[in-house]
Ligand binder design. Structure first.
Ligand SMILES: [Zn+2]
Length: 354
């Protein structure tokens, strides 16, 4: 557990401050960060309860239901707490549970392919290229990182957050899926904190971060612009927002793949995996060999799953996203990287923004 949690985290439903209650001792609630060494839960005065399992705070509205068997054993009178929560938030929790079920599975499975000691490139980039791309996307000065608080919304495998933590004071890495568990396990930096949460219910006060980064995430929501507004709310005045999004790609193979999504997004995830493993993977392997490029099967499968599995996959033109930045009062708005599939855009939130 980490000393920064109580200072920064808020209830993802009412935004009130939280109190830490360790499971191991059953002590009464405390805000003393030095005591946060064990799993436990974060509790809000509104009644909500958020478990900390495996050292990772779980701040989805439905997290207490996901880990109910653990909570039941550790919180006296849990059935009363549960009734109180459901009396206040049943509709939100039911909606979130249903909506998040497939998202958690899809992205949790996708990133589980990186849980290996093998060196696996991500998005065709080796570690060095991945790092260079991150700094190019953000296009920030070294002074922007100094003493900065940062967040990676939709951190997946967690590499971007761990890199940001080398330069920033504190970095939160948030993902809706359980990829945060492996990322937290391999992370060695105390100032890099992994949490499981949903951008529709962000567990932070507005304006908490100097740098807000979200790569390849917003377009997997029902409404990309609405998701943009949610993460934008986290940016401090004078802070940086940087997003990477898909753009329209006028290529016949790409169009066929988009058409296939009408079928693939309805298939069970395991079936999709084996289907792509025995069809698309060999095709990619052969095409790669013909071009003299050798990709690992894990890298190819991550690319295929990201294309064909998520329920939502929107594409946006850069001018459209630039308009979102400008309407939200960002200055120095700039497209910082681009390739066939997408682009990154960053801006600085004006000091006089509302
Ligand atoms: Zn609350």
């Amino acid at each position: 557990m980490n000393k920064y949690l109580i200072d920064y985290l808020r209830c993802s439903l009412c935004k009130n401050e939280l109190t830490y209650l360790p499971f191991a001792t059953g002590q009464k609630g405390t805000n003393d960060s030095r005591e946060m060494e064990t799993d436990g839960c974060l509790r809000c005065s509104c009644g909500m309860i958020f478990p900390i399992i495996g050292g990772v705070p779980r701040l989805l509205p439905e997290s207490f239901l996901d880990y109910e068997t653990v909570i039941e054993k550790n919180i006296p009178g849990y059935h009363i707490v549960r009734s109180k929560i459901l009396a206040s938030y049943k509709e939100i929790i039911d909606f979130s549970t249903t909506r998040n079920r497939s998202i958690k599975q899809t992205f949790g499975f996708e990133w589980s392919l990186l849980q290996t000691s093998e060196q696996v490139n991500v998005w065709d980039l080796n570690d060095r290229q991945f790092e260079d791309q991150l700094w190019n996307e953000l296009k920030a000065e070294e002074t922007d990182f100094k003493n900065a608080t940062a967040i990676d919304v939709g951190c997946g495998h967690g590499r971007s957050g761990m890199l940001l933590a080398e330069k920033c004071s504190i970095v939160f890495c948030l993902d809706i899926g359980r990829s945060v568990e492996h990322a937290a396990k391999i992370n060695s930096r105390m100032n890099c904190i992994f949490i499981q949460a949903d951008l529709n219910h962000l567990p932070f006060a507005n304006g908490s971060f100097d740098i807000v980064y979200s790569s390849g995430v917003l377009h997997h929501n029902p409404d990309t612009k609405a998701a943009f507004s949610k993460v934008s709310a986290l940016v401090k005045k004078g802070g940086i927002l940087c997003v990477w999004l898909y753009k329209p790609f006028h290529n016949s193979i790409h169009k066929v793949m988009l058409g296939l999504r009408n079928i693939t997004t309805r298939l069970p995830l395991k079936l999709q995996f084996w289907l792509y493993f025995f069809t698309l993977l060999p095709i990619h392997k052969i095409m790669g060999l013909l071009k003299g490029k050798s990709k690992s099967w894990r890298e190819i499968m991550i690319n295929q799953l990201d294309m064909l599995s998520p329920k939502y996959r929107h594409e946006h033109a850069p001018y459209e996203v630039e308009a979102w930045f400008k309407a939200a009062m960002y200055t120095n708005v700039e497209m910082t990287t681009t390739n066939n599939y997408g682009f990154s855009m960053r801006g600085t939130l004006a000091e006089d923004a509302k």
